[in-house]
Design a protein around this ligand. Structure first.
Ligand SMILES: NC(=O)c1ccc[n+]([C@@H]2O[C@H](COP(=O)([O-])OP(=O)(O)OC[C@H]3O[C@@H](n4cnc5c(N)ncnc54)[C@H](O)[C@@H]3O)[C@@H](O)[C@H]2O)c1
Ligand SMILES: O=c1ccn([C@@H]2O[C@H](COP(=O)(O)OP(=O)(O)O[C@H]3O[C@H](CO)[C@H](O)[C@H](O)[C@H]3O)[C@@H](O)[C@H]2O)c(=O)[nH]1
Length: 317
């Protein structure tokens, strides 16, 4: 396939691009480098620096791409609460214009990076695609809005589309890994705290969970790429499907710290801090639908193996 990966200079996009190239696809990366790195774009991919909103400015031919894998977005939960307009502009308006560009260029397929954050305080575990969304932060609201925009685009204009609702992503793949700056995610922040001899703050110890810290469901980044590939192969025209992507195992933040200790042989220095704005107490996925409908089976479901892959990546950088 000829695939355009937006956000392919970022964490998940660069892994997707690497994975598709490994599968024999032709890959073009579109990224404005606002939060990505040129040297993260895998060798073999064509790179275009630009905005998702301006597709027809960079590409003109109608048969140039079979699909867009849309990973470009802003995705820091706390920032989305303090600076919501940035999220509505970049994520929502940007994606609406991307859909306009796709229609113009007659690109028939779309995989979209949605998120567990659309569920918020779900009140149900595990969370299925039928669990009513209830986002607690602007980031989750923007992603839910885009899921709906894509659904109506598919219905009206024949697009084949899938929203993959990633739960908490970690791990690395063939030299591609997580390099957020500033880093806000739990696992890379804790790994960095070990290397730099700093304290890792755990936000909130009074949640209604067994040890009082939030619970998350971690998924290896390569298993997202596998899911995207299956979705592209099996999607139908005029159809939009939503799939949750997690392993169905919830780990509390303190359990994650324990797993990091096991993997690295080092004990992170933990300090409790107040709750972070916009955090959901618990997010655990049911991925039964994607397993049944697309035959997706995660290749790396073990949390310690995911952490080890990221630890090895971090040590090389
Ligand atoms: N990391 C996670 O745990 C996680 C979980 C669920 C969903 N997601 C979603 O997956 C996607 C990728 O996340 P990530 O962690 O790789 O983020 P990232 O910040 O590493 O990568 C995003 C990339 O998109 C680019 N970008 C942003 N806005 C752009 C625009 N307007 N035009 C062109 N390029 C633009 C950035 O420069 C960056 O390289 C995002 O859509 C995110 O919301 C991530
Ligand atoms: O230094 C830190 C960093 C995080 N946490 C805690 O660790 C948990 C996980 O936080 P992350 O920032 O690693 O991940 P989030 O669950 O907030 O969000 C991530 O996963 C979501 C899906 O669940 C979204 O898609 C989003 O893009 C992505 O950032 C939360 O309780 C958070 O408060 C800490 O205690 N200390």
């Amino acid at each position: 396939m000829k695939i355009l990966v937006t956000g392919g200079a970022g964490y998940i996009g660069s892994v997707m691009a690497r994975y598709f190239l490994d599968q024999g696809d032709t890959v073009t990366v579109l990224d404005n480098l606002s939060r990505g790195y040129l040297d993260a774009v895998p060798q073999g991919a064509i790179f275009v620096q630009g905005e998702i909103s301006d597709l027809p400015k960079y590409f003109t031919e109608t048969n140039q791409f079979d699909a867009v894998v849309h990973m470009a977005a802003h995705s820091r939960v706390e920032e989305s609460v303090s600076n919501p307009e940035l999220y509505w502009h970049n994520n929502v308006i940007g994606t609406i214009k991307l859909l306009d560009g796709m229609r113009k260029l007659e690109i028939p397929k779309l995989v979209f990076a949605s998120t567990a954050a659309v569920y918020g305080r779900a009140g149900q575990s595990p969370i299925t695609e039928d669990t009513p969304p209830n986002p607690l932060n602007t980031y989750g609201m923007t992603k839910l809005t885009m899921d709906m925009a894509i659904a109506s685009e598919a219905q009206a204009h024949g697009l084949s589309a899938a929203s993959l609702r990633f739960f908490n992503v970690t791990g690395a793949y063939r030299g591609a890994g997580e390099r957020h700056n500033p880093e806000t995610h739990l696992i890379p922040t804790a790994l960095k705290s070990i290397v730099e001899g700093r304290v890792i703050k755990i936000f909130g110890s009074d949640y209604p969970t067994p040890d009082g810290t939030c619970i998350r469901d971690y998924i290896h980044v390569v298993d997202l790429a596998l899911a995207a590939k299956l979705a592209l192969e099996k999607m139908k025209s005029s159809n939009h499907n939503i799939f949750n992507l997690g392993n169905g195992d919830g780990f509390s933040n303190l359990e994650v710290i324990d797993a990091i200790k096991n993997v690295t042989g080092k004990t992170p220095k933990v300090e409790f801090a107040p709750r972070r704005q916009g955090d959901a107490p618990s997010l655990v996925a049911s991925s039964k639908k994607i397993r049944q409908e697309l035959g997706w089976v995660p290749t790396k479901p073990d949390l310690e193996e995911m952490i080890l892959d990221l630890w090895n990546f971090e040590n090389r950088h």
